[in-house]
Design a protein around this ligand. Structure first.
Ligand code: BES
Ligand code: MN
Ligand code: MN
Length: 459
């Protein structure tokens, strides 16, 4: 193991230079204009994996963006197999004027690398790829069998990865999955994430009159679709922050006292949240602490509203239609397809007379919990504590990684969510960045993780 760590010490600059090359690819999965750039990024990754000595590298085309798969099974059938999952696609960059540097011209400032995808998730997949390279180069092989699955559609809900995982379950067979695509609890405080929320993302369309109308000539007897949409949205939550959709909380258990105490002991105060995001007070469901609201309770949020006149000045118009994008974060044992049915029924029940409505299912993910006694989690704990010299924390996460639930239900294995990001690194926002310290430590922790996994039976 020490040879690989020494190799990393001698190749830090090279690893960073290569990460800069990876970050130059504008692999925005949701943007049709970037289709070729996404494919080029996949090809570049495949070439690099061949260069570092992965004997099997495959680029799988899909109906959407390619899946990069690689394997090195040289450790042999007596050793465990680890599947590393990550994503090379990134979120759109808008609003571009708020970036200090071009999002695809990576720039280093204050010990951080700034670029779209720096922390989510290119910097974090690079941690693993460089750790594998170090072991291959300095130790002549890997301590465990390794499979890599790096997709280009995570940010759009992994529509083509889900069928791939189901169909290729035998090819992807492993003892555990490792994912670095989450944040640490705080700087210097490594954590293992054992729960991810799911997601149900819909559009609500409301149609009123057959054309935009003069709001003086028609206002009153013609119901306004924007007003109707606001009423529909307002009907979905009560004054205590509880979602009022019938059956929304079905199957959501109360937290056990033990888990509740453990999560609350992490000490995430309302003050920390307030000063972090600059709000005057916390919102959300009454009766739950900040971490409970963030990680263990479902939510319903409007992501955007479209309709009517939004230009300069005033225009007296009664719009013909309105649309809202609404997403719900889900927790075990809610299922995204059932939740979409429930919100559809709710919207149709509360849609006022005089307009029609429609709910469209955009994408979703089921929530997942990883058993805390999975031996692979111990390998991560050893690796993180050795690297950060701090006790490793166990936390849940409010975000979603759609395929992780499938690793549990289709492959039957636990996923180790060992993230090196930080929550304030502006994932999905302008000036996204990744801490060079965590990049540096992450590569070392990954080497230690794969080595600890070789001793899985003894953990
Ligand atoms: N890396 C994130 C997941 C995440 C979010 C981890 C927040 C830790 C904190 C992932 O790339 C992501 O953004 N997921 C989307 C999923 C969606 C598009 C299906 C999310 O959570 O919104
Ligand atoms: Mn991510
Ligand atoms: Mn993301």
């Amino acid at each position: 193991m020490n040879q690989a760590l020494q190799f990393l010490d001698h190749h830090d600059q090279q690893a960073l230079d290569e990460l800069i090359q990876l970050l130059r690819h504008p692999s925005v999965s949701t943007d049709p204009a970037r289709r070729d750039a996404v494919a080029t990024c996949a090809g570049w990754l495949g070439d690099h994996l061949r260069q570092i000595g992965m004997p099997v590298v495959e680029i799988h085309p899909t109906a959407g963006h390619p899946i990069v798969y690689a394997e090195h099974l040289g450790a042999g059938p007596d050793r465990p197999t680890v599947l590393m999952y990550g994503h090379y696609d990134v979120q759109p960059v808008d609003p571009l004027p708020l970036w200090t540097n071009d999002p695809f011209d990576p720039t280093i400032r204050d010990g951080k690398i700034f670029a779209r995808g720096a922390t989510d998730d290119k910097g974090q997949i690079w941690v693993h790829i460089k750790a594998l390279q170090a072991m291959l180069a300095a130790e002549g092989g890997l301590p465990v069998n390794v499979k890599l699955l790096i997709e280009g559609e995570e940010e759009i809900g992994s529509p083509n990865l889900s069928p791939f995982v189901r169909e290729q379950a035998a090819k992807l067979a492993c003892d555990a999955v490792v994912v670095s695509d989450t944040a640490m609890f705080a700087p210097g405080r490594p954590s293992i994430v054992y729960g991810l929320r799911g997601l149900a993302y819909v559009e609500i369309h409301v149609q009123g009159p057959n054309r935009d109308l003069h709001s003086g000539s028609y206002g009153g007897p013609v119901r306004n679709p924007l007003n109707a949409l606001c009423e529909i949205i307002a009907s979905m939550k009560d004054a205590t922050g509880r979602v009022t959709i019938d059956g929304f909380y079905d199957g959501v258990p109360d937290l056990s006292d033990v888990e509740k105490a453990a999560l609350n002991a992490l000490g995430y105060s309302e003050d920390r949240l307030r000063s972090d995001v600059g709000v005057p007070a916390a919102g959300g469901e009454a009766g739950y602490s900040i971490v409970e609201r963030l990680w263990t309770r479902p939510t319903l949020d409007v992501n955007g509203i479209l309709g009517g006149f939004t230009g300069e000045g005033a225009k007296t118009v009664l719009p013909a239609k309105a649309m809202a994008k609404v997403s719900m974060r889900l927790v075990p044992h809610q299922q995204h397809t059932e939740i979409v049915e429930k919100i559809t029924a709710h919207v149709s029940k509360v849609t006022p007379e005089g307009v029609t409505s429609e709910v469209i299912d955009l994408h979703g993910a089921d929530p997942v919990l990883v058993p805390l006694d999975a031996p692979a989690l111990k390998a991560a704990k050893i690796a993180l504590e050795e690297t950060y010299q701090q006790p490793c924390l166990y936390q849940r996460e409010g975000g979603s990684i759609p395929v992780v639930e499938l690793f549990s239900s289709a492959l039957g294995v636990p996923t180790v969510l060992m993230g090196f990001g930080l929550n304030n690194e502006n994932a999905h926002s302008p000036d996204e960045h990744f801490s060079l310290e965590n990049f540096h430590k992450g590569m070392r922790a990954a080497v230690r993780f794969y080595h600890a996994m070789a001793r899985l039976d003894a953990l």
